[in-house]
Write a protein that binds this ligand. Structure first.
Ligand code: NAD
Ligand code: UDP
Length: 312
């Protein structure tokens, strides 16, 4: 049994991680400022003596005795991270400094939820960890991309300079239950639009690609990374290498919801990466991990969740 801090624990991914960690018998402190997360995501854990929910903003220091830290606090949807870009970069950079300082003081192992966005609009496809990326440092996505890149730098420097035990994971597009109905990312948008009979909004011509990972696969991967020996720091990609165009995703959602919604095309946002697909050779080798849940199954599970949310 370990004492584990999860920042951003009331968010989409964090809530699944907290649930898994509590189920495995750990003591979990879930820290969140509820910017995009909600108490509802962890309501089933409140009252469990292994679970504590703390309202706190990671841009301020936090002190607690823990064995492990999962640092997830940061809005992840372009709509939300662009709402207050200065706050987004503060969250990534100051949040990383505060959590790394804590890890150093209490000798905790710490995992950073980094992102495929560090590869920007990639010129290499699929993306291996060795690729340094193609990121616009002054665009509307930079607050997120460069914030996450700086956080990776901080993790590596705390490791090299202070021997902090670190793990960096680069998460590729992940979806599933507990995403906010108003999250703004493509999977939740399409499902919610299809269920409400509203137009399905494809940005651009629909040929952009993403590779979608179901949240349960990610949580399994994250826990395997945390359990690796101290010599393994990553970065390691965690994602599902099955790649789809946004047109294909829209068609899957329409078919599985039996919706009569129409597809419409809206302008593509600036700097939107044209393609994305993880090379997961390193995760397979080091973690004996690969995603198990196919897109259709994951979308069906998500439809069930969003149907309940919308009706409720
Ligand atoms: P999310 O927005 O649902 O969760 C983020 C959580 O962090 C929310 O609960 C939010 O309230 C909290 N938060 C934000 N700023 C905070 C602050 N300053 N202090 C404390 N809490 C704060 O998003 P998610 O999809 O669950 O993403 C979780 C993490 O995984 C993020 O760091 C994100 O960058 C990373 N990630 C996610 C994806 C994905 O596809 N879901 C892909 C790559 C990386
Ligand atoms: N997208 C879309 N319609 C939407 C929301 C997003 O076509 O309603 C597109 C978006 O332009 C991008 C892809 O879907 O090409 C994935 O977008 P998302 O915001 O989910 O994640 P990210 O761009 O961060 O990978």
């Amino acid at each position: 049994m370990k004492r584990i801090l999860v920042t951003g624990g009331a968010g989409f991914i964090g809530s699944h991680l907290c649930t898994r960690l509590v189920a495995e018998g750990h003591d979990v402190i879930c820290l969140d400022n509820f910017f995009t997360g909600s108490k509802a995501n962890v309501a089933h854990l409140i009252g469990n003596y292994r679970f504590e929910l703390v309202r706190h903003d990671v841009i301020n220091p936090y002190h607690v005795e823990v064995d492990e830290i999962y640092n997830l606090a940061c809005p992840a949807s372009p709509v939300h991270y662009q709402y207050n870009p200065i706050k987004t970069i503060k969250t990534s950079v100051m949040g990383a400094i505060n959590m790394l300082g804590l890890a150093k003081r209490v000798n905790a192992k710490i995992l950073q939820a980094s992102t495929s966005e560090v590869y920007g609009d990639p010129a290499i496809h699929p993306q291996p960890e060795s690729y340094w990326g193609h990121v616009n440092p002054i665009g509307i996505r930079s607050c997120y991309d460069e914030g996450k890149r700086c956080a990776e730098t901080l993790f590596m420097d705390y490791h090299r300079q202070n021997n902090v035990r670190i793990k960096i994971i680069r998460i590729f597009n992940t979806y599933g239950p507990n995403m906010n109905v108003n999250d703004g990312r493509v999977v939740s948008n399409f499902i919610v639009q299809a269920l409400k009979g509203e137009d399905i909004t494809i940005y651009g011509d629909g040929t952009h690609t993403r590779s979608f990972q179901y949240v349960d696969d990610l949580v399994e991967g994250m826990m395997r990374v945390m359990a690796t020996g101290d010599s393994f720091t990553g970065p390691v990609n965690l994602g599902n290498p099955e790649e789809f165009t946004m047109q294909e995703l829209a068609e899957v959602v329409l078919r599985l919801t039996n919706s009569k919604s129409k597809i419409i095309h809206l302008p593509l946002p600036a700097d939107d990466p044209k393609q994305r697909k993880p090379d997961i050779a390193l995760a397979k080798e080091k973690l004996n991990w690969e995603p198990k849940i196919k897109l259709e199954q994951g979308i069906k599970n998500s439809i069930a969740y969003f149907s309940e949310k919308i009706e409720g």
